[in-house]
Design a protein around this ligand. Sequence first.
Ligand code: G
Ligand code: G
Ligand code: MN
Ligand code: NA
Length: 250
Amino acid sequence: MTMERDLRLAVSRKELRLHWQPQVDTAEWRISGCEALLRWQHGELGLVPPMNFIPMAEETGLIVELGAWVLDEACRVGAQKLPGLMVAVNVSPIQVVRDDFVNVVRKALAASGLPAQRLEIEITESLFIDASPKALKNLETLRQMGVRVALDDFGTGYSSLAYLRQFPFDTLKIDRAFVRELVTQHDARAIVRSIVDLASALGMSTVAEGVEEPAQYELLRRAGCAGVQGFLIARPMLIDQVVEMIESWA
Ligand code: G
Ligand code: G
Ligand code: MN
Ligand code: NA
């Protein structure tokens, strides 16, 4: 209850922060983009991770205001501090089904000057559980504007393959559950290779999440996975740390 009240005030109190996690292009070993990850700097509780407040924000509808703040902030910081890089932003299904979603994105792009081609929206499979035509229409409109659309946590939901026929994603993000066992488990390796091949056959790119070890990276690169993200490269960090990392990248 007080948590809900506090979250309501978080935007005006400037308690929301974005952390950024770099993504590396495996073909060139180059930082190609960054994912924005929301944090709440609570007065007494300290840094609250998204799992502890996003569900509540979704239930109360607060996610609409929070989500708009995230898009504005991510586009602004991306345009100012990440020249030429992709900016990946997580959005909730609650945002995507709304009539105003395309306009919220359009405004964030216009205000920041970030080209649409440099924004990638990440959605989870839960969007498709009650796939509304409105949500699909909104994503389609964004794609026509040049915004990229990624399917997050791919492989963890159910009947994932059906979704790939409902909507033309630009990117599949391979869930870290598969990456974790990539080196030790033959079946995880087979699944990752199949996801990369499937994505490629459908004209989609792949990004693997949760890459922690060089051996995982090497297997992913050889499997043709285009991008990787994870503690091996960097943890989610403050934007200035990311900028430093990009400047010193060899
Ligand atoms: O690093 P991490 O704990 O940030 O992320 C945990 C989960 O929270 C991830 O599944 C991520 O997709 C989600 N998440 C992070 N930032 C946002 C955000 O800005 N909006 C939404 N809807 N989800 C987010
Ligand atoms: O679901 P989504 O991919 O949006 O969330 C990313 C989440 O994964 C964040 O909580 C982030 O902190 C976490 N994360 C990022 N890289 C790694 C990693 O290499 N290992 C682990 N265990 N978690 C990671
Ligand atoms: Mn994500
Ligand atoms: Na994910």
